[in-house]
Ligand binder design. Sequence first.
Ligand code: AMP
Length: 189
Amino acid sequence: MLNMALFGPPGAGKGTQSEKLIAKYGLFHISTGDMLRKEIASGSDLGKKIDEVISAGHLVSDELIMSIIRKTLAENPHEKGILFDGFPRNLSQAALLEDLFDELHLPFFGILSLDVPREELLARIVNRGKTSHRNDDNETVFEERLKEYEEKTLPVARYFEKKGKYHVVSGTGTLDEIFERLVHLIEKK
Ligand code: AMP
C-alpha cells in the first residue's frame, strides 16, 4: 500500500503530477482544494464561507479539512493507497494525518515535494488563471497564498524531514521529466 502526500507551493504542479501518479499506481486521490471548490460550486452556506477564505488566500479550518478527509476515506475504496494533494497544510494537520494513519493501522510513505523557483510559480499561476476561473489564481492572491505556504506549510517539510519522510525533486522541466523523478524516488525506496 502506497500512502503519500504531494507537497509544494501554489503553482508547483501538484494537481498535474497527482493525476499521473494516480494512474500509474492506482491510488485514491484526495485533493482538499478540489473538494472545497466542489462545496463552493454547490452554492451551500458552507461553500460561501469557504469561498471567502480561499479568495483571500488563507487556509480553511483544520476541523473542516479533517472531517472532509475522514468522510471521504470512509466512503471510498482505497486499498492500493491514498495520494493527498494539498494536505497536510500546517503542523497540526501533519500530526492529525499521522494520528489518522495510526488509527487505521496504515503505513505512511511520506511527502514528495516539488521544488520550483518563485518567478516560475507566479508565471504559472497567472497563466492558469486565464482558464481556471479560480478567484485565487491571480498575482495579488498568489502573494498571500505564498506567504501562508512559507509561514504555515513549510514547517511541515521540516517535520517530516526529521522523520526521514520528506523527499524532494525538481519541479521544473517537462511534465514527463518531473514525473520520472517522482517515480524514481518512490521505487528506489
Ligand atoms: P489548492 O487547490 O490545494 O491550491 O487549495 C486552494 C485553497 O484551498 C488554498 O489556498 C486554501 O485556501 C484551501 N485549502 C486547500 N487545502 C487545504 C488544507 N489542507 N488546509 C486548509 N486550507 C486548504
